[in-house]
Design a protein around this ligand. Structure first.
Ligand code: NI
Length: 165
């Protein structure tokens, strides 16, 4: 595994729609393992292809420690409710914002073995998945946030919320 460079806001790569993955190759598997390493290194809980400069519909997420999801060609097939909470993004370092997301979602995606699975997520995990999914559409949380704040040195980490990605 290797760390990849994280693309930051301002780079047009983050604004493009990513392309579907045709076949899960070793190259895709290796990319996604690198993405997990890069996500953890940045203390994030999710990372999407475009954030490492790869315009493919893939993201990794770890909403709970050691619970890693590898999502290839994900589709959000159901969503329910709305909750507003804090979010951050590894591509927008130093900031956090308030974003409304579905309380519950159902998502369909291919895994590293090429199998298609359906998952249900609620609350924080649903938020992480929706945030990552948006990256594949070229959308950043700052587009949807009602407020965006700078993390100051004095800011209490607890108040700043968790870094989604
Ligand atoms: Ni992000």
């Amino acid at each position: 595994m290797a760390l990849r460079n994280i693309v930051e806001k301002g780079d047009p790569i983050l604004r493009k729609r990513s392309r579907e993955v045709g076949e899960v190759t070793d190259r895709i598997r290796s990319l996604m393992e690198d993405m997990v390493e890069t996500m953890r290194h940045g203390q994030g809980v999710g990372l999407a292809g475009p954030q490492v400069g790869v315009m493919r519909r893939v993201f990794v997420a770890e909403p709970e420690p050691e619970q890693v999801y590898y999502m290839i060609n994900p589709e959000i097939i159901e969503q329910e409710g709305l909750v507003e909470d804090t979010e951050g993004c590894l591509s927008v370092p130093g900031y956090y914002g308030m974003v409304e997301r579905p309380q519950k979602i159902k998502i369909r995606a291919m895994d590293l073995d090429g199998n298609i699975n359906e998952y249900e997520f609620e609350d924080f995990a649903a938020r992480v998945m929706c945030h990552e999914y948006d990256h594949l559409e070229g959308i950043l949380y700052t587009d949807k946030a009602t407020e965006v704040h700078m993390l100051s040195e004095e800011a209490d980490e607890e108040d700043a919320g968790e870094d989604i990605e």
